[in-house]
Ligand binder design. Structure first.
Ligand code: UDP
Ligand code: MG
Length: 318
């Protein structure tokens, strides 16, 4: 059982949310106030090019427990969440999008689950009816592939709308990887988790920062950082092709001994050559992807850079 009156932190990643974030933060604060005697809201401004930073900085003066972290540029949502998690002081954190797509009304339900003893409570979207057919099929294929390839089991349609206990926050912080695929990391750390179904709301203002390309990139990061099967499958493929070639060679020998030398066969030769060339290029390509992953990890660059912190008592130099 967790304590009855926890200190609640909220992390809100924001990229070009200037239009709606003021309303959102006021609504979030109104939701949190009756739930806890101590709470904080941390907005991570992920290099927005609009007025997100100034809107939030103004709100910081209004007396609500609001803190703002300005990243030095756009590092992506996963990095923004990591930055937020590095700054939370609460017993638990709630991660929530700044665009009203994650219903605030669910927060009391998340807390109730946490009080029951769950360390991670995550929202699972009940339907993807609001999304295009392409996105839906893509998501379905991705979760299928991911869970087939990787040993961690990532619940389908569970996003970043979740509550994490301090234990989970500390565990996530102990993971040093630069390739941040948060959905996989939540699953990897384990702990007692429970799903809460919800309906994704329509965006209040602005537009989604994730186009098909960004989603494909995220999917690739996820698969490369949570599975080594694409890397290792080639030895099996090689083994089968070698076995087949050996059998084929034996058959050619027998055939030649029985019926004599036959000149034609260039089509077989050409097809086999091209096929093997393709297979080799693919396997080298996959090797390259993993090598690129290693390259990015060994550089050990920071996951994000902070240009300014506002509202943090100890570290506030501004
Ligand atoms: N976001 C961010 N950095 C980015 C892209 C998005 O911090 O590079 C934030 C964004 O402000 C929002 C959340 O991540 O609070 C989800 O983004 P979005 O609504 O664009 O994605 P979707 O809801 O389509 O998944
Ligand atoms: Mg959104």
């Amino acid at each position: 059982m967790h304590s009855a009156n926890p200190h609640i932190s909220c992390v809100v990643p924001a990229y070009n949310e200037g239009e709606g974030i003021r309303d959102f933060l006021l609504a979030l604060w109104a939701t949190l106030q009756p739930l806890a005697s101590r709470c904080e809201i941390i907005v991570v401004n992920d290099g927005s090019r609009d007025n997100t930073a100034s809107v939030v900085a103004d709100l910081c003066q209004s007396g609500m427990p609001l803190r703002l972290i300005n990243l030095s540029r756009n590092f992506g949502k996963e990095a923004a969440l990591t930055a937020g998690l590095d700054h939370v002081s609460g017993d638990l954190v709630i991660l929530i999008d700044a665009d009203f797509q994650h219903p605030l009304a669910l927060i009391p339900a998340f807390l109730a689950r946490w009080r029951e003893g769950y360390d991670m409570v995550y929202g699972v979207r009940q339907s993807r009816a609001d999304e295009s057919r392409l996105k839906r099929t893509g998501a379905f294929a991705f979760y299928g592939l991911m869970n087939w390839l990787s040993s961690v089991n990532i619940p389908a349609d569970a996003g970043d709308f979740r509550l994490l206990d301090r234990k989970v926050i500390d565990s996530l912080q102990s993971m040093p990887e630069r390739a941040r695929f948060m959905k996989g990391m939540y699953a990897w750390v384990g702990y007692r988790s429970i799903a809460v179904p919800f309906d994704v709301q329509t965006r209040n203002s602005g537009q989604s920062a994730f186009n098909i390309r960004a989603l494909l990139q995220l999917a690739q990061t996820g698969i490369l950082s949570f599975s080594d099967i694409p890397l290792r499958v080639w030895s099996v493929v090689g083994f089968f092709i070698s076995a087949l070639s050996l059998a084929y060679a034996a058959w050619i020998i027998i055939d030649t001994l029985r019926f004599g030398v036959e000149i034609p066969g260039w089509a077989t030769l050409a097809a086999a050559l091209m096929f093997l060339g393709g297979v080799q290029l693919i396997s080298i390509g996959v090797l390259g992807e993993y090598l690129a992953g290693v390259f990015h990890e060994v550089k050990r660059r920071p996951i994000y850079l902070v240009s300014e912190r506002i509202g943090f008592e100890e570290t506030d130099e501004t």
